[in-house]
Design a binder for this molecule. Structure first.
Ligand SMILES: C[S@@+](CC[C@H](N)C(=O)[O-])C[C@H]1O[C@@H](n2cnc3c(N)ncnc32)[C@H](O)[C@@H]1O
Length: 211
């Protein structure tokens, strides 16, 4: 693991052209639909939204969507989709909470996919999500189960080699969340040099900020 941040700026324009990423986004979206009661009253924040690959497909079931990301190039791709598809209830915002750029607004649901392993201090991220949620609101986030570094190959900006679900659930409880539940959202099959085809499971954890 290298401690510098990963470069998402240079990959933003071709992010959506990777079928593996599309599959993860589609299956995480399907799992969110199964595990969370989405409603047209919900204001939703997609934290680390990237190009909106995950969250724009949930837009028909929710009230509003804000895509938040620390990569301006990712946000530009998402903003272009919002403009070209004329989606009045979707917006974007730049965030970088570790450097003082905190997300604004308050939300009924925060979703996030494949972001937490890029954030060094997971407890600080959970505190940020807790702050942004309305009372009774939920967070639903997906990421890799513990792995050995083979998933990315180049682990620049990868601060966690997946996660132990029990550890994350404990951190969420310490941050004040209740009703913490996990499920398996999908699994990525990848050819790893010298090891053949390997499976990397991805969880979805859902938790609630108490009323
Ligand atoms: C692996 S990509 C996933 C993008 C999107 N969620 C998806 O599923 O296609 C990780 C995203 O998290 C963003 N990110 C990384 N660290 C972040 C942070 N501290 N705050 C907000 N976004 C962050 C990156 O810019 C990138 O867009």
């Amino acid at each position: 693991m290298k401690q510098e941040r990963r470069d998402f700026e240079s990959v933003a324009a071709r992010w959506d052209s990777n079928p593996g990423r599309v599959k993860i986004a589609n299956e995480v979206a399907a799992t969110i639909r199964r595990e969370v009661a989405l409603s047209p009253q919900m204001d939703v924040l997609d934290y680390g939204s990237g190009t909106g690959l995950l969250s724009l497909q949930l837009l028909p079931q929710i009230g509003s969507l804000c895509g938040a990301d620390s990569s301006p190039a990712m946000l530009e791709v998402m903003a272009n989709k919002i403009a070209s598809q004329n989606l009045p209830n979707a917006t974007t915002q730049f965030v970088d909470f570790e450097n003082g750029a905190h997300a604004t607004g308050s939300y009924d649901l925060i979703i996030s996919s494949m972001v937490t392993h890029h954030v060094p201090d997971t407890a600080a991220l959970f505190a940020e999500w807790f702050r942004l949620l309305n009372q009774g609101g939920q967070v639903a986030f997906a990421d890799l189960d513990s792995e050995d570094g083979a998933f990315h190959g180049d682990n620049t900006g990868v601060f966690h080699l997946g996660f132990d679900r029990a550890h994350l659930k404990q951190l969420l409880q310490e941050a004040g969340f209740t009703e913490v539940q996990d499920s398996t959202a999908t699994s990525v099959s990848k050819e790893v040099e010298g090891q053949g085809q390997r499976e990397f499971p991805i969880f979805l954890i859902v938790a609630r900020k108490p009323q």
